[in-house]
Write a protein that binds this ligand. Sequence first.
Ligand code: EPZ
Length: 426
Amino acid sequence: MEKLVIKGGKTLSGEVPISGAKNAALPLMCASLLTDEPLTLTNLPRLADIATLADLLNHMGVGLMFKGGRGGKISGRTLTLDGATIADTVAPYDMVRKMRASILVLGPVVARMGEATVSLPGGCAIGTRPIDLHLKALEAIGATIELADGYVKATAPDGLTGGTVRFPFASVGATENVLMAAALASGETIIENPAREPEICDLAECLNAMGAKISGAGSETIHIQGVPKLHKATHKVQPDRIVAGSYAVAAVMTGGELLLRDAEPCHMGATIAALESAGATVSVEERGIRVKAGKRILPFNLVTQPYPGFATDLQAQFMALASIADGASVITESIFENRYMHVSELCRLGADITVTGSSATVRGVKKLTGAPVMATDLRASMTLALAGLVAEGDTTIHRLYHLDRGYERLEEILSDVGADIERVAD
Ligand code: EPZ
């Protein structure tokens, strides 16, 4: 086990490399199950979640070959996935429980093989995370769904037919599952009220490169004309807008300035607006996005929403920013029912936060004080690191496996721009 030790008070300045997006890479890797030809992904981040999904795909029969990305600056990795033979249509509990995004193999495998069995993913720290919308969507395009012994089995012995899917809520994962499945259905599929996240567009772009016929990704209706087969393709994973937003907060909290290299401003409208409302200056340059702290950190209000609204995955990070603002901020979490696990840990560092229902009132304090804290989930662990960067004295963060799921080489990247941070044995 390891821990991060951060000595607060340093101002960050310089350039941080933004890796490929975890939440784009995971569904893209699952797309390899749709074809017997190789899918090559470039700019893949080096993260625990990628390794976990690679193990599951390998278990199911996909051959994987990683290249590049060794040490040095984040150069991204290239991964070729060869789904020629799907040896096993079952995703077992001991692998799915490690990462709930494993549910994204359900759609591709039932579309390709006519059946798929996936262990029901557990909930996690931020909520129960049901998959009812995934299952209803697959039924709408011709799958039969059975639930038994903690597993979900989807069958379509004569192949998926296509159909109309109406989402009551724009679920990211459910949209990705049915988008991949519909690509191989025998007819047309219309998805109404799909998720519109950039990661959905990245997946649609890759599927079209593989020969799918998808239009409307990113809008309020997606049309898919099923095709009998998909073929090989190479696709570059888009930059991680959540990692970019997290480092932007680090620049503003420490009163510094960072260039987020390779970040994509088109994906970060709500994030940029929130940074500017907190007093930061954000400018788009050839090499990425430059974020410069203002003279003061202004209080702000935000509500998390499905894209293009403010991303729930940045809610905890902006709460750390609000905790040292000049005044009171109100943050409302509307996507997950329990995404305030970071509040008690931030309060241990001296933050003044009151949660009432789905809203948190954050009264800015003059300073935070370092202390030992514990990560509870992926984005909460980054929030504690952000608070540690400005807290007086040492902040020690335990349970780094949460952090390593979504942030690549955090301590090296932050050290390179002036932070006093090190990873030591716990
Ligand atoms: C994706 O999760 C992301 N994960 C999450 O990022 C992100 O927070 C979330 O989208 C929202 O943007 C990946 O892409 C791997 P949802 P997902 O389906 O697909 C409810 C991170 O930190 N819901 O849009 O699970 C659900 O309970 C992770 O990188 C149902 O009720 O999100 C939640 O309240 C955390 N029934 C809400 O919808 C369903 O069938 C959003 O879920 C599906 C979801």
